[in-house]
Design a protein around this ligand. Sequence first.
Ligand SMILES: [Zn+2]
Length: 255
Amino acid sequence: MGFVLAEMTWPEVKEALRHVKLAVIPLGAHEQHGPHINESCDNVLAEQFARRLVDRLHPWAVMAPTIPFGISIHHIHFPGTITLRTETLIQVLRDVVWSLQQHGLNNFLIVNSHGGNQSLLGVACTQLSYELKARVCYAKTTASAKEAIRTHVKSALFGHSCEREVSEALYMAPHLVRQDQLQPGEIVEGKWRLLRPGQPIQGFYFYEEMTANGCIGNGPAGSFEAGAAIVEEALDRVEEAARQLFDLPKREEGN
Ligand SMILES: [Zn+2]
């Protein structure tokens, strides 16, 4: 199985570092996921995806501990949500990357499960790559599973506590899901539609302006099978890209 920093002793880490070329850093969020998924959803899914990725990339990759808070200000009016400020998250990422650099690592892949972190990661990777002279990259966990998403996700508006996310959870961490509480998004009309990706103008809006129950898409349509297809396709894509980007030898040569 892959190297997981939190479950190793320092002599084990020292030995692993003879092979490891890449640190995988899971990044999630602590925020509401409607009435049917736990608030830890993004943290658990980021970590589960990252574990599978370092298993595939063994012995060339190590998983760092999950960063359990992200940019969730747009969910803050729903009970329980905790957010970092953008500058805080950049500082946390900087300190994690800097620390791992002290142990000889210089390639970093942030595995992010939360859409609200994506624009910050563009900024953070630019800034940290330059300031720390490291290769700092990011991947949105399952966004690259284009075919499986086309097959299994039918909602025009999806991406939060929707059929995609319910499916991923049913596949990787079913304890997150209240199967008897599954609901479709209760969409509220408003100016948020004018600010969606692809519109001429983009900007900020709170989640309750868009959905009354905190969900979008159609959670009840989620399934284990859809989750398997989505997660495994995304793992194939991210694994292949990471091998090329970080010059990681093929599995056979590594074992
Ligand atoms: Zn989520």
